[in-house]
Design a protein around this ligand. Structure first.
Ligand code: 5GP
Length: 236
């Protein structure tokens, strides 16, 4: 697939146009940021891990009925994806209270949730991705009601699929962030990436954190952990 002009550069990825207007190439970088880019660094070969892991998980959820933007992985750091018109929201699914939620409401990290939490934030680096309620989204016309309901349904389905997938590999899925868009036919499609940058995974035996929190909180063994999670994901 021939790449043309760069259409977007984010903190962890670059998107390139291709000779097909409906397809983009998604390139995964080693750059890492945290706390709204206040902390910056690189994680050696993170891009390779995130590309492989996203490929594997996109294939897995697609096989279970979730429409994704993934088309094919072309090399270590790149995959071809469908061009989407992204919804202006991030979708966060939580199975335990951790991260920004634990901090915001003063609850101990790891506290069990009685039920799954699905929350939304505005995609805005400048504003630090502020939390949005359903009413905000609908009142501001950010997403149509029917689409928002479908987003919630698919987010729950993804949580069930990914929780089971990681449990088989000895990892508890604590929370994750996904992004959706509409493809050329207007179909709601899972975009972005699914990798240790965008989810929390805790080892079921040791309780150790196996995700980007190792970088965020200087816990050490960052590169090794990304490699370990990839190996666990790829194991049958
Ligand atoms: P929290 O809101 O607790 O910081 O994040 C909840 C979950 O969503 C975590 O798994 C976190 O990695 C992911 N997440 C939320 N916002 C972002 C974001 O802007 N970038 C990335 N990479 N992950 C995010």
């Amino acid at each position: 697939m021939e790449t043309r002009a760069q259409v977007y550069e984010g903190k962890a990825k670059i998107l390139y146009a291709t000779d097909d207007p409906t397809l983009l190439v998604q390139h995964f970088k080693d750059d890492a940021t945290a706390f709204n880019a206040k902390k910056r660094g690189t994680i050696h070969d993170k891009g390779v891990v995130n590309n492989r892991m996203s490929e594997h998980l996109f294939r897995y959820v697609e096989a279970h009925g979730v429409h994704t933007h993934f088309v094919e992985r072309t090399d270590d750091r790149r995959m071809v994806v469908r061009r989407l018109t992204m919804l202006p929201i991030e979708v966060i699914v939580r199975n335990r209270i951790a991260g920004s939620l634990a901090k915001r409401i003063g609850v101990k990290e790891g506290t069990a949730a009685r039920r799954r939490i699905i929350e939304f934030s505005l995609k805005s680096d400048a504003l630090g991705d502020p939390l949005l309620t359903d009413d905000h989204i609908l009142a501001l016309g950010l997403v149509e009601e029917e689409t928002l309901n479908e987003v919630k349904r698919i987010a729950g389905q993804l949580d069930d699929l990914l929780t089971a997938f990681f449990a088989q590999r000895g990892l508890e899925l604590i929370d994750f962030k996904v992004e959706f868009g509409l493809d050329a036919e207007g179909r709601l499609t899972l975009g972005d990436e699914i990798c240790p940058d965008t989810m929390r995974l805790w080892d079921m035996k040791s309780g150790e954190k196996k995700d980007k929190d190792r970088f965020r909180h200087d816990l050490g063994q960052v590169e090794e952990t990304y490699q370990e999670v990839l190996a666990r994901v790829l194991a049958d």
